[in-house]
Design a protein around this ligand. Structure first.
Ligand SMILES: Nc1ncnc2c1ncn2[C@@H]1O[C@H](COP(=O)(O)OP(=O)(O)O)[C@@H](O)[C@H]1O
Ligand SMILES: [Mg+2]
Length: 264
């Protein structure tokens, strides 16, 4: 079935934090994303749904140039952050990834203490003075609901923590550098229900000051946390709509089948 986009114009560029324009991405011969044009609304939580292999992670990684060093990576088209191309020669990739932070499916704490994990980015970007690091670590761990569980072992390794706690730690680390956008790639797919609920309520509290894009296979989660949804199919944007519309009155037959559980 042809995947002609049915609605991609939910947000005006001026109301958008990230815009992809005719974005095509491939690895070697294979084209993975085909001509994606979408304006991601500033201050919104945007869900990205679609079958496995439809290009969701590749798209997310294109938004902060995480694919750049993948062998065979090629790109056409544009991505802008607050109206500015992320591909200009002057673009500082560290700075881009501070502004556009990311959380992966598997928690990836650094091999350093719990406290140092939280402030790693703060240090790298010289965002605070050394004497402030303890307070920043405490505030961010409190924000994600992890402080009480780790307050007696801040100098210890994060690798003794449960998977859910490690993910919350990575979220605290991502928030500590005060990003404009958080890209979440199936952030709760390996978490227990309680931690999942905590992450969902955190997301609700981040918007609108932080714009969130969340890839999820959990359609209930997409409806709970997002107000706009992109539906990918086979590397194309099949539909971009309000979450409510996409789930109750989908405009594209593929979205309709997907949200009813008939594909993917
Ligand atoms: N580094 C890579 N080299 C070649 N193909 C890749 C690479 N990364 C992803 N792909 C392919 O791109 C397609 C989309 O992958 P991905 O973006 O991970 O999909 P999703 O996140 O929707 O499951 C898949 O067919 C995958 O095999
Ligand atoms: Mg993926």
């Amino acid at each position: 079935m042809a995947v002609a986009p049915t609605s991609t114009a939910l947000n005006e560029p001026a109301d958008s934090v990230l815009c992809a324009k005719n974005l095509t991405v491939g690895f070697g011969e294979a084209t993975i994303l085909n001509d994606i044009t979408v304006n991601i609304g500033r201050g919104h939580a945007t869900a990205l749904i679609g079958p496995t292999g439809s290009g969701k992670s590749t798209f997310l990684r294109a938004l902060n140039r995480m694919n750049d060093r993948v062998s065979g990576y090629r790109r056409n088209g544009e991505v802008t952050l607050e109206g500015e191309s992320i591909f200009t020669s002057g673009m500082d990739l560290l700075d881009l990834r501070r502004k556009v932070g990311m959380l992966f499916q598997r928690p990836n704490p650094f091999p350093m203490s719990i406290r140092d994990n939280v402030v790693a980015g703060v240090k790298a970007h010289r965002m605070a003075k050394r004497h402030q690091f303890n307070d920043i670590a405490e505030a961010r761990l409190t924000q994600v609901g992890l402080f009480d569980a780790v307050k007696d072992r801040l100098n210890k390794s994060p690798f003794q923590l449960s998977g859910g706690q490690q993910q919350l730690l990575c979220l605290a680390r991502a928030l500590a550098v005060e990003p404009d956008v958080l890209l979440l790639d199936e952030p709760t797919s390996s978490l227990d229900p309680v931690t999942t609920e905590r992450v969902e309520s955190l997301i609700a509290n981040l918007v609108p000051s932080i714009s969130v894009v969340i890839v999820t296979h959990n359609l209930g989660q997409a409806q709970r946390v997002s107000d706009q949804t992109m539906m990918f199919f086979d590397g194309e944007l099949a539909e971009f709509n309000t979450t409510k519309e996409l789930f109750t009155n989908p405009q594209h037959p593929l979205s309709s089948q997907y949200v009813r559980g008939h594909i993917g």
